[in-house]
Design a protein around this ligand. Structure first.
Ligand code: SAM
Length: 284
């Protein structure tokens, strides 16, 4: 018997991984959670049938969602992480001794519990003493914060279901207020390649631009996400991620990373023409 996990990347495109066994399946108050084991990607987990993390390629996503901001402003001390229930983003942040505190706001405690049990590779640092785990809707949480964080990372699901509010104008405006005067906002920004994802990406970019004077997009290759071509948003009140990159200081930290380096950092902001056009169209 063959067991395959299949995800629709568009109405006409499907992506499949051969599954060795299913390790966990549950319906939380917010979403369906599944964990599988596979030969090619190791363990992986999905929410409502959409890929979140695989053991084999998670390093790409987690390197790129954390180190770009950290190398731009090495003085970052207080961080808010929204979503990120698998723990991979917090794992990378805790490698910086200079970070004093991380608030991680995840809506679904069952995701965190499942990842602690089945994905220790990403969840291993959730018990770091600098981390406060808060189980709440990120949209509500940021409403109450002003001038508090150096960095906000939005490591969310797609803009439907529980993640919908994390792509709204209200949310981005509240993130702007929650950040200090040199604060940075990084968010997962979907793929430009398939039309429905590209529309979400354009909408998010347009909304973020309404608040932040510096608003850039950068890319990475993530094999298990739709099309493999994934974008991140970098919005900031002060720092330009390329001009202000502090490469020497970051390299002196001696952090060993499997994907990120300061050359990738610069190159990731060089976008293909069709993406530049999509982003340009988002401004109109
Ligand atoms: N790397 C992943 C990706 O891009 O596919 C995202 C990973 S992470 C597991 C996404 C997390 O965001 C989920 O655990 C989900 O429960 C959480 N989430 C969704 N909506 C949220 C909200 N409104 N507030 C806080 N967390 C939320």
């Amino acid at each position: 018997m063959e067991l395959w996990y299949t995800e629709e990347h568009s109405e006409n495109v499907r992506f499949s991984i051969r599954v060795e066994e299913q390790l966990y399946s549950a319906q939380s108050p917010f979403q369906r959670i599944d964990v599988f084991n596979s030969k090619e990607f190791g363990r992986f987990f999905t929410l409502d049938g959409l890929m979140m993390v695989t053991e084999k390629d998670e390093f790409i996503y987690h390197d790129m969602i954390t180190h770009v901001a950290m190398a731009t402003n090495p003085e970052i001390k207080k961080v808010l992480v929204i979503g990120a229930g698998d723990g991979g983003t917090v794992r990378e942040l805790t490698r910086y001794n200079t970070i004093e505190h991380i608030d991680m706001v995840e809506i679904d405690k069952m995701v965190v519990d499942a990842c602690i049990k089945y994905l220790p590779q990403t969840a291993s640092k959730l018990n770091d003493e600098r981390v406060s785990l808060i189980f709440e809707d990120g949209l509500k949480f940021v409403r109450t914060k002003t001038n508090e964080y150096d960095l906000i990372i939005v490591d969310s699901t797609d803009p439907f279901g529980p993640g919908e509010g994390l792509f709204t104008k209200e949310f981005y405006g509240n993130c702007f207020n929650a950040l200090k005067e040199d604060g940075i906002l990084v968010n997962q920004h979907e793929t430009p390649y398939y039309e429905s994802y590209a529309k979400s990406m354009q909408r998010a970019h347009k909304r973020i631009r309404e608040f932040f004077p510096i608003c850039k997009v950068y890319q990475a290759h993530i094999p298990t996400y739709p099309s493999g071509h994934w974008l991140f948003g970098f919005a900031s009140k002060k720092y330009d991620p390329v001009k202000d990159l502090n490469a020497d200081k970051w390299n002196k930290l001696g952090l060993k990373t499997k994907y990120y380096n300061t050359e990738i950092h610069k190159g990731a902001f060089a976008l293909p023409n069709y993406v530049i056009e999509l982003l340009g169209a988002a401004h109109e």
